[in-house]
Design a binder for this molecule. Structure first.
Ligand code: AMP
Length: 278
């Protein structure tokens, strides 16, 4: 496994690469969710590239950029165990040298839901993802459905800007109790962790319903109970269209995404489930 910190060194490795390159961009603090993406990439390509970069552009001023976990040695062990070929670990100045001006705008999709709570977040995500795709030059890139609106923004960008890459979505990996794996779960106390389960429980209940109103009612019942605890603050719970993220009318039939975000203690968590309503 090669670990490279510069664009120039990566470019030399890329030039020598033969066959399909499969890419998994991450912010590190790798867990089984990331590892499942790497395994999927392994099945899609001859050469697997993982990037580890905590992207300052996608964090708001009051968010956890400074304290975001960065256990690089452990991350490299995870990558080695999954048979990753190249790990690209750029510094902030390598990706954002002084003087840069041009960024990507995620448009209206980037301002809804997550984007409303985190202004500029998806612009920051798309800017770094486009840069990484240009640098890594993969044939296929794998993104998790855990960040479902991010995935939709990336798919939109790839279409709208004619980015020559195949985007593959990977299913959400959860702990045995249902909590979606997240690098931010390490922030949770045991009490907060059990409170956080309201998110996956609400989604599970919604997913067994067959209509828009029934799915909403099922999720809200669980989420309202969680809100009795002052440590739980719901941000949004929305049943939306999987590509536009427009909220669905009661009579809608077709594919849907139930997306939720909440603050549990000081930790902001997101989760979602894909479903079909009639
Ligand atoms: P991050 O390091 O949080 O930026 O995530 C890197 C990639 O891993 C993104 O495509 C995420 O959607 C994906 N990911 C994170 N957590 C999970 C999970 N629990 N299941 C599946 N994919 C995940």
């Amino acid at each position: 496994m090669r670990v490279t910190r510069t664009i120039a060194e990566y470019a030399k490795l890329r030039e020598m690469a033969r066959g399909r390159v499969a890419f998994v961009p991450t912010m590190g603090a790798l867990h089984d969710g990331h590892r499942s993406l790497i395994r999927l990439a392994r099945s899609l390509g001859d050469l697997v590239v993982v990037s580890i970069f905590v992207n300052p552009l996608q964090f708001g001023p009051d968010e956890d950029y400074a304290v975001y976990p960065r256990p690089l040695e452990v991350d490299l062990d995870h990558c080695a165990a999954e048979g990753v070929d190249i790990v690209f670990v750029p510094t902030v100045t390598e990706l954002y040298p002084a003087g840069r001006q041009v960024t990507v705008s995620a448009g209206a999709l980037g301002r809804a839901w997550e984007g409303e709570s985190r202004p500029g977040h998806f612009d920051g995500v798309l800017t770094v993802v486009l840069k990484l795709l240009n640098i890594v030059a993969p044939d296929v890139a794998v993104f998790g459905q855990k960040d479902i609106q991010q995935l939709a923004c990336i798919q939109r960008m790839v279409v709208d800007l004619n980015v020559p890459v195949e985007v593959v979505a990977a299913p959400i990996v959860r702990d045995a109790d249902g909590l979606a794996l997240s690098s931010r779960n390490v922030y949770l106390s045991p009490a907060e962790r059990s409170l956080a389960l309201s998110l996956s429980t609400a989604l599970e209940k919604a997913a067994t319903q067959t209509s828009v109103p029934a799915a909403r009612a099922a999720a809200y019942e669980t989420l309202e109970r969680a809100e009795d605890d002052p440590a739980f603050a719901l941000d949004y719970a929305a049943l939306v269209h999987p590509t536009t993220f427009a909220e669905l009318p009661d009579h809608y039939a077709g594919p849907a995404v139930f997306a939720v975000a909440a603050r549990v203690g000081r930790t902001r968590l997101i989760d979602n489930v894909s479903m079909t309503v009639r």
